[in-house]
Design a protein around this ligand. Structure first.
Ligand code: SF4
Length: 502
């Protein structure tokens, strides 16, 4: 029996009456394993927009593993996003697509790491690289009857032999299309993690101006980044400003999130953007993601003048030892100075922390807790340090790490037992969000957000109650988790297996 889910196919490109149909499929939110918020999936949307430029009719769907809602229609090509932890979900989808759709290709961290498993399940090609630089050439090659040679960035099978067509070029940031207004206007994507009080309803726009990052933090995974690759690239400042204008003008966006991994990584570039925006006297607020050690007062001032109202920064830990072990290349003193300066200038920030790093002790966690309370951001998020398979942290570890790691540590690489980590994290949240200092600084923000965004606030409250109900008050730190290779009964849980190997 199949179910129809109330979602939600999003039109990315219209195409003509005889246009070939392409679909980008990804797991619906309830089945995704990494808490990626409701942030726009750039790879699907931009690759889809490029296919649209090539004459395709393109849609984006969020599907359930037993859903055929997206698959019954006439489709010439389906591109499936597969992240770590999602193969059990996608195997039945790929099996159903096999033979029914001419071109079934997969992309994403898991697909890149395990092309053979994905090809065996039913895909005819696996994309290895930025989908934006491979999807259109792949579709053209397929429609031409697979002549002459496949474009670079593909795994496929030739009989029983696995073949690779060579490294794909990185997506060129200046040549990418803008995020289509039709996708933004759908309101499907909303940054629940940034409940800003801006005196108006928040209609989020999303932009990716740079790709990659020149740091190599040991925990950094493409599961948590917008860029598949770390190669650092940035678009021309004028292009970013033009896309901001487009999203406000054509899609009615009232706030913009620039989702770059490290917006101020190139200070001169960031300053030029601020100069262009200030000269236009733009009024639409925007937020960024960056590192606190890539911030100084002049730059912060320029950002504020240009309308930037907040930022997400990865703090990770209040212990220099832990930061060093994570190869974060930042110091607590520097973080403290920078955050205090941003606070003084009135930015509303979201800082992310981590628990369960290698060698981390309960004392280190206390330092992190104290630092968070001192910085007192609008949102403090603590994630479990997770050795995703594409990280340096996972080197030497065995087993697939699949997880809903909002609920429990997975592949625990610290010396602390899982239950201690989960308990310390519960304590972190309880002490942070229920403190007088937090409520004094941010209650008005929450009320302002709720007043102008009542529907979103209701959803957020429901999500928060469900999350905090589990995290704060339940003694049960375990949640749902579905490994890619589920352990046979009697075998150790994956986190234990990882520890055995270490
Ligand atoms: S700074 Fe951020 S994006 Fe860059 S490697 Fe570290 S965690 Fe990844």
């Amino acid at each position: 029996m199949t179910r129809r889910h109330p979602h939600q196919r999003l039109r990315i490109a219209e195409g003509g009456p005889d246009a070939p149909h392409a679909l980008f499929a990804r797991a619906r939110e309830a089945d995704r394993f990494h808490p990626r918020d409701r942030t726009l999936p750039f790879s699907a949307v931009l690759s889809g927009a490029m296919l649209g430029q090539a004459g395709y009719r393109v849609a984006l769907d969020e599907i359930a593993s037993d859903s055929t809602v997206s698959l019954n229609d006439r489709l010439d090509a389906v591109f499936v996003e597969i992240a770590f932890g999602q193969m059990p979900f996608y195997r039945p989808v790929l099996e159903r697509l096999r033979g029914r759709v001419d071109l079934v290709a997969a992309y994403g961290p898991y697909a890149e790491a395990h092309p053979e498993a994905v090809l065996d399940a039913g895909a005819v090609a696996v994309i290895d690289g930025d989908p934006e630089s491979v999807v259109s050439p792949l579709a053209a090659w397929w429609r031409s009857g697979r002549r002459p040679a496949p474009p670079p960035g593909l795994w496929w099978r030739d009989g029983r032999t696995l073949r690779h067509s060579g490294a794909a070029p990185s997506a060129k940031t200046d040549e990418l299309p803008f995020v289509p207004a039709s996708v933004l206007r759908s309101e499907r994507y909303h940054k629940y993690s940034f409940p800003l009080a801006l005196g108006r309803p928040l209609h989020w726009g999303f932009i990716l101006a740079t790709r990659g990052c020149f740091y190599s933090c040991r925990f950094c995974s493409s599961m948590a980044r917008q860029s598949y690759r770390l190669t650092y690239r940035r678009c021309a400042p004028e292009r970013l400003v033009a896309e901001m204008d487009y999203q406000v003008r054509e899609a009615g966006r009232t706030v913009l999130s620039v989702e770059d991994e490290i917006f101020t990584g190139d200070r001169k570039w960031a300053m030029e953007i601020c100069r262009l925006l200030a000269a236009k006297n733009r009024r639409t607020p925007w937020i960024i993601q960056t590192r606190l050690d890539h911030m100084d007062e002049e730059l912060a001032d320029a950002l504020r003048t240009a309308g930037c109202v907040g930022m997400t920064c990865g703090v990770e830990s209040g212990s220099d030892d832990v930061l060093e072990r994570l190869n974060k290349k930042s110091k607590v003193a520097e973080i403290r100075r920078s955050a205090a300066m941003l606070d003084r200038l009135g930015f509303r920030n979201r800082y992310t922390f981590m628990i369960g790093a290698p060698g981390e002790t309960p004392d280190d966690v206390r330092r992190t807790e104290r630092l968070a309370r001192e910085l007192n951001p609008l949102i403090a998020q603590m994630s479990f340090c997770t050795p995703y398979p594409d990280t340096a942290l996972a080197e030497g570890l065995a087993g697939e790490t699949a997880m809903r790691h909002t609920d429990r540590p997975w592949g625990n690489v610290s010396e602390m037992p899982d239950e201690i980590i989960a308990r310390l994290r519960r304590r972190f949240y309880r002490r942070y969000y229920l403190s007088a200092r937090y409520l004094d600084a941010h209650l008005a923000d929450w009320l302002g957000y709720a007043w102008h965004n009542p529907g979103r606030a209701a959803i957020l409250t429901w999500k928060a109650l469900a999350f905090f109900g589990r995290v704060l008050f339940s003694g049960d730190a375990t949640g749902r988790c579905v490994p890619d290779n589920p352990p046979a009964s009697g075998r150790a849980a994956p986190s234990q297996r990882v520890r055995e190997v270490t």
